[in-house]
Design a protein around this ligand. Structure first.
Ligand code: 8YV
Length: 320
């Protein structure tokens, strides 16, 4: 009997993934690497640790890298593809869930939901006060979406239901989305200065790392809200902290941070004008099940030397 293919995987693994892989592969803990040359057939990852050039060098004979998630910033995709190792990810199935969470953060930051929840539970809430905890209006405001990929498009669709004007900035303008949804493409700086809400939907790349730093934040309105559902390092954490403390912008909603998690006692965690969630963009049962299925299909296809159903394409060069 042929031995099962050997796959290095970091934990904790989704139970659906474990069920689907049961009896089909031998799972090895990430620490099992480096292994004897040729003894690892697949790498299964969900965000960390990094799959870099050096790791790929230590795993000759590797057949596939499969990622549970759409973002592949932790994988050196070019290095894998150069070696003929396909990389799989799970785009498409998590767009709605991630856009829902972007809107949850946007609404929560605008209407001070987390702060209000804390207050309503506290002894401080003794009676209604018409001047208390006034927030920002969402309807009728302008939303700027940075990155008009699948997730950005879903955010735009939700914004229309909230009667918002939508601007977007993308490396390549998307006329078909503009005409279908009535959006307008704006330059990076114009988007920042005109938007009441800015939602980050870009992947983390060399071009987007640190995109939102002190200068970008200073272009935003003092009443503006920043929402990040992409990757923490797109925002310069210290600059955001200074902007939220100093009133450069009004509030932020973050599902991702740099570092992630933030260390206990970090300045951001003490701010009332920050709403934060622990990387929950795709965290619903149905979405996670689809991510599990697609990532397992990718892994098994690669191990069988078949084309991956959902391959990552070579990174496109150029500005964001
Ligand atoms: C995952 C994500 O939960 O798809 C992504 O890029 O950020 C999330 O959907 C994450 O990849 C798991 O680490």
């Amino acid at each position: 009997q042929r031995p099962l293919p050997r796959v290095i995987a970091d934990g904790p693994l989704d139970p659906t993934v474990l069920g689907l892989l049961d009896g089909r592969v031998e799972l090895l803990p990430w620490e099992a690497e480096p292994a004897e040359p040729g003894t690892v057939d697949g790498v299964y990852t969900y965000g960390h640790p990094t799959v870099d050039d050096a790791m790929l060098d230590r795993l000759p004979g590797l057949l596939v890298v499969s990622n549970y998630g759409v973002g592949v910033d932790h994988i050196d995709v070019a290095a894998a593809l150069d070696r003929g190792i396909p990389v799989g990810n799970t785009p498409g199935v998590l767009d709605g869930a991630t856009a829902d969470l972007a809107f949850a953060l946007l609404l929560a930051a605008a209407r001070r939901l987390a702060e209000g929840d804390r207050y309503a539970r506290s002894d401080g809430f003794t009676r209604y006060d018409p001047g208390h905890m006034l927030g920002l209006e969402v309807h009728g405001s302008t939303l700027g979406i940075l990155g008009m990929g699948r997730i950005g498009e879903k955010v735009a669709r939700r914004a229309l239901g909230f009667e918002m004007d939508v601007l977007y900035h993308n490396r390549n303008p998307r006329p078909e989305v503009e005409s279908a949804l009535g959006l307008r493409h704006a330059g990076f700086e114009e988007l920042l200065s005109r938007s009441d809400f800015v939602v980050l939907c870009v992947p983390l790349t060399d071009q987007t790392r640190g995109l939102i730093g002190a200068r970008a934040l200073s272009l935003m309105k003092p009443s503006a809200v920043l929402v990040n559902v992409s990757r923490g390092p797109v925002v310069v954490t210290d600059d955001l902290l200074a902007a939220l403390r100093g009133g450069t912008i009004a509030a932020a909603g973050l599902d991702v941070t740099d570092p992630e998690p933030l260390p206990r006692g970090h300045g951001l965690l003490g701010l009332d004008n920050l709403v934060i969630t622990p990387h929950l963009g795709s965290a619903t049962d149905r979405t996670r099940r689809r991510m599990a299925e697609i990532s397992v299909e990718n892994l098994l296809a690669g191990l069988d030397r078949r084309p991956l159903p959902s391959p990552v394409l070579p990174p496109a060069p150029g500005p964001p």
